[in-house]
Design a protein around this ligand. Structure first.
Ligand code: SF4
Length: 218
């Protein structure tokens, strides 16, 4: 069976060229999960868009980790705005981890990168997208395509499917392409940003703890 793989990086360039031709500076709601993953996407997007970051990450467990990640992101946004003379702001949506865990629970034993993660991307993106739509943003996207561990094809498929129910346009992306991933690592090191040791949810946290325990036993 032929699997069709779309070049979402190319689609992002086509959209940017169109925006430049129109001579506009649209607003963009950017779903972001953490500071390191936001570094390169902010550099890429802010020359074109007025960016507002939407923190919709009820997957993160425990709450202390959730707080740590959002505080690191706040710190980075301040650095970014000062360095680039930008005005990126952050909107935090409600943290509903218990409810979120119930959605993911049926898939708890699956390995990372499978159905549990697809549902996780979808729930977070939908919540942030709804906010973007209700607040009349021109575009919505997510930083998650920067991650090597996350499936960019799937993330863009989810974004495009969600765009059918909202007025706000989906901005397709593949931030890891064209050395985006290298630049994000460089910026993370340059600003000494907190680099989390597990993806985020309760199930990835438990797996991480088991890994540490087995290392200690050796
Ligand atoms: S491993 Fe990461 S992407 Fe997958 S469900 Fe957990 S937090 Fe979500």
């Amino acid at each position: 069976m032929e699997i069709s793989v779309k070049n979402y990086y190319q689609l992002s360039q086509i959209e940017i060229d169109k925006i430049k031709r129109d001579g506009k500076r649209p607003s963009l709601a950017l779903h972001a999960c953490c500071a390191p993953c936001s570094t390169f996407p902010l550099e890429f997007l802010t020359p074109i868009f007025d960016v507002t970051i939407i923190y919709s990450n009820s997957n993160i467990y425990p709450e202390s980790e959730y707080e740590r990640r959002i505080n690191e992101l706040r710190k980075y946004i301040d650095i970014f705005n000062n360095e680039h003379n930008q005005n990126v702001s952050l909107v935090e949506l409600k943290y509903r981890n218990e409810e979120f865990n119930k959605y993911l629970e049926p898939y708890k034993d699956l390995e990372e990168g499978k159905e549990r993660c697809f549902l996780c991307y979808s729930l977070r993106m939908d919540e942030a997208y709804r906010f973007a739509n209700d607040n009349h943003f021109d575009y919505f996207t997510t930083v998650m395509t920067i991650s090597r561990q996350k499936n960019s094809q799937k993330i863009n498929e989810i974004g495009l499917a969600l765009s059918n129910k909202y007025q706000t346009k989906y901005f397709a992306s593949d931030f890891k392409k064209k050395k985006g991933i290298d630049r994000s690592v460089e910026l993370r090191k340059e600003h000494n940003l907190y680099n989390q040791q597990y993806c985020g949810c309760k199930f990835s946290y438990e797996k991480y703890l088991k890994k540490i325990e087995s290392k200690e036993e050796k």
